[in-house]
Design a protein. Structure first.
Length: 152
């Protein structure tokens, strides 16, 4: 009977001593001592949960500044679509002026600021609305292959 008790105690001790090694094999990075791995795991869980609560900010276009709106209103005024002084506020009068200008120039009259309208007003960039940029082709005369050195 005592032999059976000793074997049970020995088996339990082996099981307890092998548990961290078995756990570490299944979870990479968890092969530290039990006291430090438990506190590190708790810290990692806290950090991970606080990061997951943060929401990613949506990137995109921002609203135009009052100065930019004044530029657009001045351009619409120059084209005869906007009556009044530029205020820097995108109000109903500005939307109506933009619709009038867009309709007069063959653009879909949405009243919204878009690349085509800004280009026609002279306020857009040369590449706006043209598509993705394309890398310039390198000339073959300036770049010679590494293995083709000129022989005298």
């Amino acid at each position: 009977m005592t032999k059976r008790i000793w074997l049970s105690i020995l088996g339990a001790a082996l099981l307890v001593s092998a548990a961290p090694a078995i756990y570490a094999a299944g979870h990479p990075g968890a092969g530290q001592t039990s006291s430090t791995s438990a506190s590190t795991a708790a810290k990692k869980k806290k950090r991970a949960s606080s990061k997951s609560k943060r929401k990613a900010r949506a990137k995109g276009q921002t609203a135009p500044t009052p100065d930019r709106i004044k530029e657009i209103q001045a351009a619409l005024q120059r084209e005869g679509a906007y009556a009044g002084e530029p205020t820097g506020k995108w109000d109903a009068a500005t939307v109506d002026a933009m619709k009038t200008y867009q309709n007069k120039n063959g653009i879909s009259p949405t009243g919204k600021i878009d690349a085509v309208s800004l280009n026609k007003l002279g306020l857009g960039s040369q590449t706006a609305g043209k598509g993705a940029p394309v890398a310039a082709a390198s000339s073959s005369s300036s770049a010679a292959p590494a293995g083709s050195a000129a022989k005298p």
